[in-house]
Design a protein around this ligand. Structure first.
Ligand code: SF4
Ligand code: SF4
Length: 173
């Protein structure tokens, strides 16, 4: 695949997906050597530091989704980890092992599973939209003392398990 075709594939897939930026696949992104924390902060990333490790939480503040199309508003200056990450679907397309159409079907399927998790979660409780999906689901599933799980709790647990195993099989590397 030529560089131009590779970058077109990345654009087509990633603009339809966004799951490595919006808190579905990751809780946080660690900065690497070569990253410039001050510059990234000036660009709007909320850089934190814990035990000497600099990182930012997901959903990433540079991620945008408008009418189903995702983008990174600091794409040209994005951190090293962001440049290095290609999920299984993107790798498959770039290597010529699968077509873009096949990958887009997997992305649509994943996003439907994410939407189901969101809708079940909303029926149980409000959660912090600035945290990863897994973190929010864990909070929604926390029961009050002596609480009994509702049918929605069970449905959410199952939906999240289905989503996670799909992500492991089709996206995580
Ligand atoms: S998960 Fe894959 S397809 Fe989706 S935005 Fe990230 S690299 Fe692109
Ligand atoms: S900086 Fe850009 S590529 Fe990296 S997580 Fe944020 S939105 Fe995604």
């Amino acid at each position: 695949m030529t560089d131009t075709n590779a970058s077109r594939s990345t654009e087509d897939l990633c603009s339809s997906c966004g799951m490595c930026c919006d808190g579905v696949l990751f809780h946080s992104v660690e900065l690497q050597s070569g990253d410039q924390p001050r510059k990234l902060s000036a660009l709007g990333l909320k850089i934190r530091k814990q035990k000497g490790v600099e990182y930012f939480l997901q959903p990433c503040s540079a991620h945008r989704e408008v009418e189903g199309k995702c983008s990174c508003v600091i794409y040209e200056d994005r951190p090293v980890r962001c440049r290095a990450f290609d999920c299984q679907q993107l790798r498959g397309v770039l290597a010529g092992d699968i077509t873009q159409e096949v990958a887009l079907v997997k992305i649509r399927e994943a996003r439907e599973k994410v939407a189901l998790v969101h809708s079940l979660m909303a029926q149980i409780s409000e959660t912090n939209p600035n945290r990863s999906l897994a973190h929010r689901v864990a909070n929604a599933l926390t029961l009050p003392k002596d609480g009994v799980p509702s049918p929605q709790h069970d449905e959410l647990k199952v939906a999240m398990e289905h989503l996670e195993s799909f992500l492991v099989k089709e996206f995580r590397v």
